[in-house]
Ligand binder design. Structure first.
Ligand code: NAD
Ligand code: IPM
Ligand code: MN
Length: 362
């Protein structure tokens, strides 16, 4: 059977890590008689350089048609001074919006082999297993109005934090459903002591919570959450939050795992799936071969699970990730110079993953 996915490698380390993820994905699907066909398109800053826009309408249509998209990363200093609609990040926001992928799932799992790799103490982080459910197509990222004006000799810029009850309800439902398959705890994170939109958020989450009596629902203010994630991350199971807060706390939570290069994501909605590492284009290491591809690879595992319905292939990829870590292979970001560990580059890590996949599945 042939399955087609769209790949959007993007900018900086995006192409490097996507290349590894695609190779791993293909190798993992082969034993299940699934041949992965990829259609690659320009995207982000590199897309702008070629097409004059960071994403073309044709690419957006293609993504909608094929419904599953593997993305690398976008952005970089080269494109920072473009107008907001031409910036690489605008392509990503347009894609999320067009696909209607409102539910961004960001699993934070501390691999036992990396328990000593975090900046935090091992006993604090070992065993951490959190799912951040971030609302992805609303909130301050998309709220209108949004403008800049010159007035009374000063400049004013406006962004709008807006949520509707139904937007909150649908993302809350995703969080509760996920919690039912995990430890049955949802912590909803907001800023209800200050923001009107957060009070609606809290209230709407409560409504959905009532439909899931088995799930323990708590609320936490986002500033406290930022602190609690470092103080005692194991208290969390599912964290449900809005677009902006979810963006910030997921980078923070990445540090529990040892590196932002470990964090995958799946964005779901409307029957579509967009899979991308949580990290950005890492301009500081782009082209050096040092990028950690494991976030992209784990995102490909999520693609297998949610878009291709190949649960076993997805688990094989996750086991291969576990195996390379247990074997001591580390990219620079997670290399701590311990005995039994070996520093590898992006593609070498890919080769090790494929070797493990073959050993496990053929
Ligand atoms: P970043 O995630 O690109 O990098 C932050 C730090 O983490 C850097 O030191 C980088 O080297 C390191 N890092 C990130 N990914 C890594 C990996 N896989 N392996 C090893 N180290 C890694 O964040 P930033 O520097 O704030 O942003 C750079 C650009 O990326 C900006 O233009 C931003 O808009 C964009 N960005 C894009 C996405 C995306 O495409 N989804 C996400 C975040 C940031
Ligand atoms: C992420 C990124 C994006 C976001 C940017 C690049 C638009 O930081 O996916 O976490 O803020 O959603
Ligand atoms: Mn981010």
């Amino acid at each position: 059977m042939k399955k087609t996915i769209i790949t959007l490698p993007g900018d900086g380390i995006g192409p490097e890590v996507t290349d590894v993820a695609v190779n791993v994905l293909k190798a993992a699907c082969l034993p299940f008689d699934v041949e992965i066909e990829t259609i690659e398109r320009n995207f982000g800053g590199s897309g702008y350089d070629i097409d004059g826009v960071p994403v073309t309408k044709e690419t957006l249509e293609l993504c909608k048609k094929h419904k599953s998209v593997l993305l690398g990363a976008v952005g970089g200093p080269k494109w920072e001074n473009l107008s907001s609609e031409l910036r690489p990040e605008a392509a990503l926001l347009a894609l999320r919006r067009e696909l209607g992928v409102y539910a961004n799932l960001r699993p934070i799992r501390v691999h036992s082999a990396l328990a000593g790799a975090s900046a935090l103490k091992e006993e604090i982080i070992s065993g951490t297993d959190i799912l951040i459910v971030r609302e992805l197509t609303g909130g301050i990222y998309f709220g209108e109005p949004r403008f800049t004006v010159e007035e009374n000799g000063d400049t004013f810029s406006v962004d709008t934090m807006k949520y509707s009850r139904n937007e909150v309800r649908r993302i809350a439902r995703k969080a509760f459903e996920a919690a039912m398959l995990r430890s049955k705890k949802v912590c909803s994170v907001d800023k209800a002591n200050v923001l009107e939109s957060s009070r609606l958020w809290r209230n709407s989450v409560e409504e959905i919570g009532a439909e899931f009596p088995e799930v323990e629902l708590t609320h936490m203010l986002v500033d406290n959450c930022a602190m609690q994630l470092i103080r005692n991350p194991k208290q969390f199971d599912v964290i449900l939050t809005g677009n902006l807060f979810g963006d910030i706390i997921s980078d923070e939570a990445a540090m529990l795992t040892g590196s932002i290069g470990m964090l995958p994501s799946a964005s779901l909605g409307n029957g579509n799936g967009l899979y991308e590492p949580v990290h950005g284009s890492a301009p500081d290491i782009a082209g050096t071969g040092a990028a950690n591809p494991l976030a992209a690879v784990a995102s490909a595992a999520l693609l297998c699970r949610y878009s291709l319905q190949l649960k076993e292939a997805s688990e094989d990829i996750e086991r291969a990730v576990q195996a390379v870590l247990n074997q001591g292979y580390r990219t620079e970001d997670i290399f701590r110079g311990r005995s039994g560990t070996k520093l590898v580059g992006t593609h070498e890590m890919g080769d090790k993953l494929i070797r493990n996949l073959k050993a496990h599945t053929y």
